[in-house]
Design a protein around this ligand. Structure first.
Ligand SMILES: Cc1cc2nc3c(=O)[nH]c(=O)nc-3n(C[C@H](O)[C@H](O)[C@H](O)COP(=O)(O)OP(=O)(O)OC[C@H]3O[C@@H](n4cnc5c(N)ncnc54)[C@H](O)[C@@H]3O)c2cc1C
Length: 292
């Protein structure tokens, strides 16, 4: 049998990783992307530091994906957080574990990684065609805007859902797949902030304040109080569960442990030691200990 030809539509991290894996197994790979350059959302992610994985035990990482876990466990087991860090190191990108346990490239951005990755893909013989917008099927051929057609032994769709369409992932492909009988799940928001009905006084006084070193559902992290609610990494980690609760019952609660690692008894003792004449808020603040 000759060399397989694999077409990959979408040059985000998913498509590029598929290209690398297929080329490593000897396939001839062509990646198509509608945009003038690949990896635009990945570069945008790099602007906020690029959290690439978590430094925690593999079993904990595995548990972070809610109902999607069932589909993802095999992939996570085959390529865990440590493997991802090694993969980065192989591209010359050093990583570190931050105080929250999250892993970042030392340079805190995505562009050096993407550059090194694209160079390696070129060495592997992966062909990348930008400004090629996939526009549907004609029988077993892929059709691109402008009428060009291509046929492959296998095609990987790595189209990036529907978030941040200006970076390329506009989800225009949904009807083309549905017409061919492919079930497409409705898009749902993930990694999102939530509105909270703060009082005007609270919003005025605390909007922009970080809440650090607190725990929600066993995960320790931080988030920010905003004028309209809450956002930040700890909230994003809980957002799928909160979203599901909201959809099911119209309300969701995020239970926080503001003093993780201290028992209720110990906390009561620490609070009880505060002078009775101090204000209530000062007793709470000093009894808890300094906010990290
Ligand atoms: C502000 C921000 C911060 C983020 N921070 C992080 C972070 O710290 N850590 C993290 O892990 N993730 C982060 N993410 C999420 C991360 O960027 C995405 O999960 C990731 O980019 C998804 O990769 P993908 O390859 O599936 O899709 P995408 O990156 O969206 O790539 C899909 C590609 O498909 C192309 N495409 C779509 N339709 C067509 C078509 N019809 N024809 C041809 N090409 C098409 C698009 O042009 C695009 O290049 C962040 C995202 C944002 C927006």
């Amino acid at each position: 049998m000759g060399q397989s030809r694999i077409g990959i539509i979408g040059g985000g991290p998913a498509g590029l990783m598929a290209a690398e894996a297929a080329a490593a197994q000897g396939a001839k790979v062509v990646v198509f992307d509608a945009m003038p350059t690949v990896g635009r959302k990945f570069l945008m992610a790099g602007k906020s530091g690029l959290n690439i994985t978590h430094g925690e035990e593999h079993a904990l990482l595995r548990g972070r994906f809610g109902v999607a876990g069932e589909r993802l466990h095999a992939a996570l087991d085959a390529f865990d957080g440590a493997a991802l860090r090694e993969w980065c190191a192989g591209l010359g990108i050093e990583t570190f574990v931050g105080s929250s346990g999250r892993v970042f490239p030392k340079q805190m951005k995505a562009s050096p990684l993407l550059r090194a990755w694209l160079a390696r893909l070129a060495e592997q013989g992966v062909e990348i065609r930008t400004r090629w917008r996939w526009a549907g099927f004609a029988s077993d051929d892929l059709v691109f805007e402008g009428g060009k057609q291509e046929r492959f032994d296998a095609v990987v769709l790595a189209l990036g859902g529907a978030s941040w369409p200006r970076l390329g992932s506009d989800a225009s492909w949904v009807p083309w797949l549905q017409e061919r009988g492919v079930l497409v799940s409705a898009f749902r928001p993930a990694n999102i902030g939530f509105e909270v009905d703060w009082s005007p006084v609270f919003a005025e006084r605390y909007a922009g304040e970080p809440v650090k070193a607190v725990t929600a559902n066993g995960v320790t992290g931080e988030f920010v109080v905003t004028r309209w609610g809450i956002e930040g990494s700890l909230v994003y980690a809980q957002s799928a569960a909160l979203r599901d609760a909201l959809e099911q019952s119209g309300a969701a609660a995020l239970t926080l442990d503001l003093v993780p690692g201290r028992t209720v008894e110990r906390l009561a003792k620490d609070l009880g030691r505060q002078p009775a004449k101090a204000s209530f808020s000062n007793r709470l603040r000093k009894g808890r200990g300094s906010m990290a």
